[in-house]
Write a protein that binds this ligand. Structure first.
Ligand code: MG
Length: 259
């Protein structure tokens, strides 16, 4: 079911998003060579709880951590692991979510660890930009699949692969609500967007092929050709004008020129 939030519910989701934006910023300082993804996840949980929220990922479908931490060719759903140590030159995607008074927010960032290659830096930057290109059309009256078309139009000229096995989603009291939000062109337009819908838009972009495969863990997806993958996600609110990006700080909104 696609849920339309009341003004009060939107207010709670704004607060959840505001906190999640801070969680990502605070966590970023720990994304350094030498730390295990297990330790990073521990910091994430601590930060979320210090803000008076619950980590929405913890226990979700049996997920053991509070954050999915995916390194290099890992696309999403990387498992926190004591033996997995972040190295100089890695790109590290951190996807996490919070629950504030029953309302959720979901966001992901890909970080560079120390000196990374130029192609890796461009992948991160363009993956982030593809989110902002996508949400330009996330407006009342447009259709949900217009978002994916805009992301694809931006990404394809770079020769990157857009992951199709995983998509964005509605969000509210549940982390995953309807509708699905693909990051690529679909033949069908999907539902019409309405004011006070809330969506998690999350392009996952690969340096090589769009194809991914799952791994023995049963969780983590990796690129089929071993190429790098980046992820950028925010929770957004559909309004009667430009969408509001709920999971960015005021400074970030200014930087990226969004509401
Ligand atoms: Mg998500």
């Amino acid at each position: 079911m696609v849920t339309i939030k009341s003004e009060h519910e939107v207010e709670l989701m704004r607060k959840a998003g505001e906190i999640l934006a801070k969680v990502h910023l605070e966590l970023a300082q720990y994304v350094k060579a030498g730390i295990s993804t297990y330790e990073l996840d521990q910091h994430c949980e601590k930060i979320i709880r210090a803000h008076g929220c619950l980590p929405s990922f913890k226990g979700y479908g049996g997920f053991p951590g509070s954050a999915c931490i995916s390194i290099n060719d890992e696309v999403v759903h990387g498992l926190p692991d004591k033996k997995k140590i972040i190295q100089e030159g890695d790109i590290v995607s951190v996807d996490t979510g919070v629950i504030y008074k029953g309302w959720q927010s979901d966001a992901a960032r890909t970080h560079a660890v120390g000196q990374i290659s130029e192609e890796a830096a461009l992948l991160i930057e363009r993956t982030r930009q593809s989110f902002f290109e996508g949400i330009k059309v996330a407006r009342e009256g447009n259709h949900v699949n217009d978002i994916g078309r805009a992301i694809e139009d931006y990404i394809i000229p770079f020769g990157y692969g857009i992951v199709e096995d995983l998509v964005g989603h509605g969000i509210g009291q549940e982390m995953h609500e309807e509708p699905e939000v693909p990051n690529f062109t679909c033949r069908r337009r999907g539902i019409k967007l309405r004011k006070n819908m809330t969506l998690a838009v999350e392009p996952m972009i690969n340096l090589g092929t769009w194809q991914v495969r799952d791994t023995e863990s049963g969780w983590t997806y990796v690129t089929a050709d071993g190429s790098l993958s980046a992820h950028y996600e925010n929770t957004i609110l559909i309004t009667d004008g430009e969408p509001e990006v709920l999971s960015l700080t005021a400074e970030e909104k200014k930087l990226y020129n969004v509401r």
